[in-house]
Design a protein around this ligand. Structure first.
Ligand code: NAD
Ligand code: UDP
Length: 336
């Protein structure tokens, strides 16, 4: 089976490509390298023995995209490519709508034109917004309290995919709502390495560990949680990558939606503690004001994916911290 992976040199995409190749899939990667590096292709080759064909193409370029489909005979697409910085999306909403929604329209048009009908899409728990209970289930109403243009792009793409699958009975769509991806490949050769300023917690933790920034700012410790810091569902990126293989194996006509999370909630201070324990050094941190828009707590109900996809997380926070530190040491020159 031949898979086109958009955003395949990025953080989650690259880990998924490794799992796909190891499972015997033929993979081609499309990425514009806006937030990733071409050297990831060499790392994939080092890990798997296979260097996937690479298309340095921007999904917004419909003509170039058609060229990619013209030359290949894809069976399915896994669509990771997109911008993902929540704060930046508030400042530059049109860039986010153009890049994320516009790109996906181009992709779906190409898929229709070239008769490719299977797609797995990277959505996010952000589509749930604020709910009455913190454990999110796929049946909850989405799109009511989404707090950023980034979140809305995920919501609109989900709607678009559902509408396309309704209009064209050949389509097989699986929407995966990720919780908080963390960790790195156990080899230490692949991990999260965004270009520019990071946004999420772990990239900041990593920058503190490498000394690029002096201390982690924890956004608020007066939330109604056991230690006052926010609770999230952190999922190891290798577990997440394997979720995509499970999704590919269970594609069916119409649209399916699955949470990919661990079902466990961990606080920011617990992450700091776990990272410090594994590295053997207290991670410098300070408490600062709350960040606008943060919810005190949310985590996945992952039971649908476990039941229907035969998938569940196997790795925990300590594994994610160990693999992150291993990656920092092996690939980013960190000394402990
Ligand atoms: P990433 O930034 O590491 O990877 C995304 C890749 O897409 C990058 O390599 C980037 O260069 C590429 N890209 C962006 N716009 C493109 C375009 N127009 N044409 C071609 N390539 C383009 O991000 P990631 O963490 O691997 O996330 C992958 C997907 O998962 C994204 O859609 C993201 O919104 C979603 N997601 C991520 C998280 C998270 O916390 N990492 C959580 C939920 C959902
Ligand atoms: N966070 C923090 N300091 C940082 C980055 C994040 O305290 O430098 C907190 C943030 O307030 C949230 C948690 O870490 O409670 C996870 O944040 P992230 O942005 O990674 O994910 P999201 O909030 O989008 O789930």
């Amino acid at each position: 089976m031949k898979i086109l992976v958009t955003g395949g040199t990025g953080y989650i995409g690259s880990h998924t490509v490794v799992e796909l190749i190891e499972a015997g899939y033929e993979v081609e990667i499309l990425d514009n390298l806006y937030n990733s590096q071409k050297s990831v292709l060499d790392t994939i080759e080092e890990l798997t023995g296979v260097k996937p064909k690479f298309h340095e193409v921007d999904l917004r370029d419909a003509e170039a995209l058609a060229g990619v489909f013209q030359d290949s005979n894809f069976d399915a697409v896994i669509h990771f490519a997109g911008l993902k910085a929540v704060g930046e999306s508030v400042e530059k909403p049109l860039e986010y709508y153009e890049n994320n929604v516009g790109s996906t329209i181009n992709l779906l048009e190409c898929m229709q034109e070239f008769g490719v009908h299977k797609i797995v899409f990277s959505s996010s728990a952000t589509v749930y917004g604020e709910q009455d209970t913190p454990q999110y289930v796929e049946t909850m109403t989405t799109g009511v309290t989404i707090s950023s243009p980034y979140g809305w792009t995920k919501y609109f793409i989900e709607r678009m995919l559902m509408d396309v699958a309704k209009s064209d009975p050949d389509f097989e769509v699986t929407i995966l709502r990720y919780f908080n991806p963390v960790g790195a490949h156990p080899s230490g050769l692949l991990g999260e390495n965004p270009n520019g300023k990071p946004n999420n917690l772990m990239p900041f933790v990593m920058k503190v560990a490498t000394g690029e920034i002096p201390e982690l700012s924890i956004f608020g410790n007066d939330y109604p949680t056991p230690d006052g810091t926010c609770l999230r569902d952190y999922i190891h990126v290798v577990d997440l990558a394997k979720g995509h293989l499970a999704a590919l194996n269970h594609l069916q006509k119409g649209t399916q939606v699955y949470n990919l999370g661990s079902g466990k909630a961990t606080s920011v201070l617990e992450i700091v503690k776990a990272f410090s324990e594994v590295s053997g050094r207290l991670l410098p941190h300070k408490i600062v004001a709350r960040r606008a828009g943060d919810l005190p707590e949310f985590f996945a109900d992952p039971s649908k994916a476990e039941r229907d996809l035969d998938w569940k997380t196997e790795l925990g926070i300590a594994d994610a911290m160990r693999d992150t530190i291993n990656y920092l040491q092996k690939s980013r020159g960190m000394e402990i």
